[in-house]
Design a binder for this molecule. Sequence first.
Ligand code: NIG
Ligand code: FE
Length: 412
Amino acid sequence: MTTLITNIKELLQIRENSVLKVSGAEMAVLPTIKNAFLLIKNDLIADFGSMDNLPKLSADLTIDATGKIVLPSWCDSHTHIVYAGNREQEFVDRINGMSYEEIANRGGGILNSAKKLNETSDEEIYKQSKARLEEVMRLGTGAVEIKSGYGLTVEGELKMLRVIQQLSQNYPVTIKATFLGAHAFPSAFKDNKKGYIDCIINEMLPEIAKNKLADFIDIFCESGYFSVEETEQIMEAGIQFGLKPKIHVNQFNSIGGIQAGVKYNALSVDHLEIMNPEDIEALKNTETMPVALPSCSYFISIPYTPARKMIAAGLPLALATDFNPGTTPSGNMNFVVATACIKMKMTPEEAINAATINGAYAMGISNTHGSITIGKKANLIITKEIPSYYQLPYAFGSNLIDTVILDGKIFI
Ligand code: NIG
Ligand code: FE
């Protein structure tokens, strides 16, 4: 099956195969071709270029993109899409003055979602999660990382990872699975933290590795959750089972999680709302991608990741949603891109780089996703007719997506 897209007003994010991420000043550059064509063969990008050089060929399907912009679909490298129920009540409690920490301390927060998840059947969790996945696909996400972490029991964590596997088999979106057993200490282990860590290492990890249920390991490294020492112990165990770390750090406090992530060559360190100069320094000249989650900052009113300082220091930056029931009940990457521009003062070029090629890097897939490159996956967004790509962050809240192509086929 061949699909030819013609008369593209501007084709964004043209990259050589060798570009796996962009850092510092490079982030301000978004290579494009105006008045372009793009050819898809089966599920891959087969060719692209200026309309002046359009080869003579007859495609099975031709899409006229006059006035429209084409870009690689969003790569959302940090989500918790699989969960049961919601936490609307906690949202209202926060409006009425309670903090995220106070809610967690009374047994709400992650433990509230864990209780719901363990009480819900596999079929029901799949049904609720697939609705969220379909929504983000319609919003232009073509690759997504999904974490466990609301089971907090051997059965619950395996149940979540099996749902992620099922979603991955049933949908034309690229999914990477992350084991986040170390998301919180479950009530049963409140006074026996070592016991829960032993359970993660000796019971959960071997089962997950045996059944190939995860690509990555995550830990919520934060005061009141997992200490730096515990984070290192769990990362080390995960690595032994073949899972690369991608960890939650510096959401509320800077306690050394970034340095630990770098030490274990984490693929990414995510959140980064609270960053001191040593944290930025620690990320320089490493292979670890920093990931910002601006819709989490927006929803729970915490600081935004200091993107300007990080980019000025020469670092790369990726953007992701953090879609989860507690801190970010939204998986809209278009909103993330707009919020990064509006609140973090990223330019549209930087934000699009962060949400495509750098997001792909943070999932270990930037050799196949995240840019317009011959041989990469044909996961694409075709916008409505818009004046320029500035419109994407500028008209925040509007849905500017006309067509989503996944695995080379029209999804919407
Ligand atoms: O990324 N910070 C830890 N985990 C999630 C929130 C979890 C929850 O509140 O359910 C996050 O913000
Ligand atoms: Fe998260």
